[in-house]
Write a new protein. Structure first.
Length: 275
């Protein structure tokens, strides 16, 4: 089913980020349709009758809006992107992210990309010109079948790993986000070891991990999938998300397993975020 595309005119595309620095979003909504996506809350501010993942608002004037902002903005780091994937499928046709990051680097900003799309490879030559960029990918599970189920329109895991490989070869810093680590699916010792091994093999400069978090509308998406495909895990998911005492113990155990796996692959100094 094709997504519903709506063209909108934005006043701004560069905003102060709670993560520090700025964030850049040329799109609202994301075709990757990840089941666990925290950005579903955006529908409070951009109402759509369609479900998350089946619509995209395109900020058609993003480059023009950005130019106006850059004349006044103090250079800093820019997270691309915070409420969507900047390299979702529409970017192949529209190239709004490309136009914006070219301007950001021209104005002396650093760009920190986080994506699930191999489409970013098209822009590696642009990022490598100034070296003011870091390329990161998100991986939830090393298992392609799991990834297809939870991230139906994102690039295959192997292609995301290739992004890190090629970015590194181009002389760019790289990073990987392992998360959300799915309870009973991708949070066990063997899976964590596989993920850390891939990070070590690719010599990523930094890595983060995250647990499955309860955000607005997330359970309405996660719950039905778990009920249908992993019914035996449904009590675990309910406890992890809704039972505060259980969640505290779960996160402590997960953090310990993550650190142990990172230590086995000499990655502890590069582990920047842990649940």
């Amino acid at each position: 089913m094709e997504p519903v595309i709506r063209e909108v005119v934005a006043k701004t595309v560069l905003n102060r980020s709670s993560l520090g620095g700025y964030s850049l979003n040329c799109y609202v909504g994301c075709r990757h349709a990840c089941v666990y996506c925290y950005a579903r809350y955006m529908q409070r501010f951009h109402p759509h009758p369609e479900s998350w993942g089946s619509f995209v608002d395109v900020k058609v004037n993003a480059p023009e809006a950005l130019v106006k902002q850059l004349r006044r903005a103090q250079p800093g780091s820019v997270f691309v992107s915070s409420a969507c994937d900047a390299y979702q499928p529409l970017e192949r046709e529209l190239r709004l992210t490309r136009a914006c990051v070219e301007m950001l680097m021209r104005y002396g900003f650093e760009v920190h990309v986080l994506t699930k799309s191999a489409l970013v490879l098209d822009d590696i030559p642009i990022y490598s010109k100034t070296r003011r960029a870091r390329i990161a990918v998100t991986i939830t599970s090393p298992d392609e079948s799991v990834a297809r189920l939870w991230e139906p329109h994102a690039s295959p895991v192997a292609r995301r790993l290739d992004v890190l490989r090629q970015a590194k070869a181009a002389g760019l810093p790289t990073a990987v986000m392992f998360g959300p680590l799915l309870p009973g699916i991708s949070d066990d010792d063997a899976t964590l070891d596989s993920l850390m091994k891939s990070a070590a093999d690719l010599d990523v400069d930094s890595l983060w991990t995250d647990a499955l978090n309860l955000r607005p509308k997330v359970w309405q998406s996660v719950g039905p999938l778990v009920s249908k495909r992993y019914p035996a895990l449904l009590p675990l998911y309910k406890n992890v998300l809704f039972n505060a005492a259980f969640r505290e113990d779960y996160l402590a155990g997960l953090a310990a397993r993550i650190r142990a796996a990172a230590a086995r692959h000499n990655l502890l100094p590069r582990l920047e975020g842990c649940p």
